[in-house]
Design a protein around this ligand. Structure first.
Ligand code: SF4
Length: 167
């Protein structure tokens, strides 16, 4: 059975920077949960950051890939550099996915760790730019297909492909 790495906040765990969860209410996800497929994970908490914590954004452009390459940083709204725990959390997320044998992840859109198609632009003005978070970038480099909570049907279609017997 294919397993799926999922942002812990999407499964109701109160691990976001503001101390809240962002539970996704979706019957496909509920079925996966009942089947025992889901591997909840929060990269930022596993990377060593507390709950609650100051909001952080990727600064310098290029999204999570640039952070991994050392050409961008992650900073809090107070200017503190939190790149190291973000990168550590991404590596631990990849470790967790590998341990579980997960080839699919569903991560929370817009987060500097978990965003899949958009992240904030680093100016703390609430403006998104098209890019990915640090964990998403690392998982994708490792060949894991990353979807967001807005793409669960697409994730389900990919799961069916992975589980359909080859001719
Ligand atoms: Fe959710 Fe990811 Fe942020 Fe953790 S790092 S709270 S899993 S969006």
């Amino acid at each position: 059975m294919e397993r799926i790495l999922v942002s812990a906040c999407l499964l109701g765990r109160p691990v976001r920077y503001d101390g809240a969860a962002k539970r996704v209410d979706d019957e496909i996800v509920e079925r996966w949960r009942a089947e025992g497929r889901l591997v909840p994970f929060c990269p930022e908490v596993s990377g060593g950051l507390p709950v609650p914590r100051p909001p952080a954004e990727i600064v310098g452009g290029g999204g999570g890939a640039a952070v991994l390459d050392g050409t961008a940083t992650v900073r809090t709204d107070g200017g503190d550099d939190v790149t190291e725990p973000f990168v550590r959390g991404a590596r631990l997320a990849l470790d967790a996915a590998r341990r579980a044998g997960a080839r699919i992840a569903i991560l929370k859109e817009g987060s500097p760790s978990c965003g899949t198609i958009r992240v904030y632009d680093g100016r703390f003005t609430g403006t998104f730019v098209p890019d990915q978070g640090v964990t998403t970038a690392l998982l994708r480099r490792a060949g894991i297909r990353v979807f967001s909570e807005e793409q669960i049907e697409a994730a389900a279609a990919h799961l069916r492909e992975l589980e359909s017997p080859r001719p």
